[in-house]
Design a protein around this ligand. Structure first.
Ligand code: GDP
Length: 436
């Protein structure tokens, strides 16, 4: 999926535009409830093209609030990681020095840049657009984010700028793994430890896609790919600068993965940033394995330590209840050999299909054990349930009236599904529809 990054000064209307696009003009593809946080990205669709949109202004850079500096960082990030850059300026306040500075940076990139002038709310304002030709970024597109004006034209321009699809030949039996987590949790170390295992045969196919370098390997007859290992396999040297954690890089890796290894630093515990990163993994619908690394230096371990840590994980990363947890040390190699086994298992769970007859038996049982509560004097009737997709498994539940389905009852059905079939490591999509 192409990545579109929005760059612009504070208050030009980046988040308004972002929310409008999410709300009105395109459908948010996987807007799952459960993770509450400010959205800085959304998966969207326009003219049958799926893409990920990122508000670079929402990514916190450093402590300083210096506008020019943070604008430069935004622009740099967009130039490094996005496929299309949407530069948003404010037609009402006119051209500013910061805009010129950013434009100067953006003119040096080979990536497509789309210039949109916001707050052009009325025909009288149309003249305000012209001065932005001075930025040397082509024709500015006038829009009004708050009134949702001209967003169709803008989206057309964005979609037209997408790179031509690369022929990415994906081997169907190959399981792709994205290793994500905060800097220093041990991503490079675990990648190297996995590849250093005895039964692992590494077979590099050089220079496949873009700047992302993937590592292919085989273990016990299963083919795996570690996604975007550029900089991982050589690292570990003290003199190399610590790589800044990049949201876009992770999103791109997650997007291409079958299973995500969400790494947590045992020694430092679960942080807010971990929650965010885990949220991306969850919302992607991919398989997730939580790896608690640096277990060798976890203080005062006893036989209850993993239980307690797992409780804390379940509490703080509530939306990832389904993800199996592995306690590793990339340093000593403890349980590193189990990572690929667990990944393979989760990939299988994601691809599981349950027969409709079996699902309807489950529904009958569920309803007799725990009948749906009445809602405004009316009774929910579940007529039929069927699985329509895998990876992640998706189920459609046909009912008399979807309004009567309470969230907690849906949870109950999900739990029954998991008790009976496992579905370990994979989110489930349950969709409620009225039967025609
Ligand atoms: P990355 O930024 O997530 O790729 O993290 P690195 O793999 O570069 O690891 C960061 C630091 O933690 C390095 O100094 C590693 O040697 C160290 N480290 C990684 N895994 C472990 C582990 O399991 N135990 C201990 N004690 N140190 C580890």
């Amino acid at each position: 999926k192409p990545i579109v990054a929005i760059v612009g000064r504070p208050n030009v209307g980046k988040s308004t535009l972002f929310n409008q696009i999410g709300k009105k003009r395109v459908s948010i593809v996987d807007d799952m409830p459960g993770v509450t946080r400010d959205r800085i990205y959304l998966d969207a669709e326009w003219l049958n093209q799926h893409f990920t949109m990122i508000d670079t202004g929402g990514i916190e850079f450093d402590e300083s609030n210096h506008i020019l500096k943070s604008m430069r960082q935004q622009a740099q990030l967009a130039m490094d990681e996005a496929d299309v850059i949407l530069f948003l300026v404010d037609g009402r306040s006119g051209l500013t020095t910061a805009d010129e500075e950013v434009a100067r940076l953006l003119r040096s990139t080979k990536k497509p840049v789309i210039l949109a002038v916001n707050k052009i709310d009325s025909p009288q304002r149309a003249m305000d657009v012209y001065e932005f030709y001075n930025l040397g970024l082509g024709d500015p597109i006038p829009i009004s984010a708050s009134n949702a004006m001209n967003l169709g034209d803008l989206l057309d321009a964005i979609v037209a700028a997408f790179p031509k699809k690369e022929e990415e030949v994906k081997d169907e039996d190959e399981i792709s793994i994205a290793v994500i987590g905060r800097p220093n949790v041990g991503k490079s170390s675990i990648v190297n430890a996995i590849l250093g295992e005895e039964r692992v045969i590494v077979s590099d196919v050089p220079g496949t896609t873009r700047d992302a370098i993937d590592t292919h390997f085989t273990k016990d007859g299963t083919k795996f790919t570690l996604i975007d290992t550029a900089g991982m396999r050589r690292r570990g040297k003290i003199d190399e600068p610590v790589e800044r954690y990049s949201v876009m890089r992770s999103l791109r890796a997650i997007d291409r993965a079958d299973v995500v290894l969400m790494m947590i630093n045992a020694f430092e515990g679960i942080t807010e940033q971990d929650k965010k990163i885990a949220g991306y993994a969850h919302e992607s619908g991919k398989g997730v394995v939580i790896v608690v690394n640096k277990w060798d230096i976890y203080p005062d371990k006893d036989d209850k330590s993993t239980l307690r840590f797992t409780d804390e994980l379940r509490d703080k990363l509530g939306f990832l209840q389904y993800a199996p947890v592995l306690y590793t040390s990339a340093l000593t190699g403890q349980r590193v050999a189990r990572v690929t086994d667990l990944v393979r298992y989760v990939a299988e769970q994601q691809a599981m299909r349950i027969k409709t007859s079996v699902l309807n038996e489950l529904i009958r049982d569920a309803v007799s054990v725990n009948p749906p509560p009445m809602h405004r004097g009316r009774q929910l009737k579940i007529l039929f349930m069927t699985q329509t997709d895998i990876c992640p498994p998706k189920f459609i539940i046909f009912v008399n009236d979807p309004e009567l389905m309470h969230f907690s009852y849906l949870r109950f059905i999900e739990n029954r599904l998991r008790e009976q079939f496992g579905f370990e490591g994979t989110p489930l999509r349950l969709i409620v529809r009225a039967r025609k």
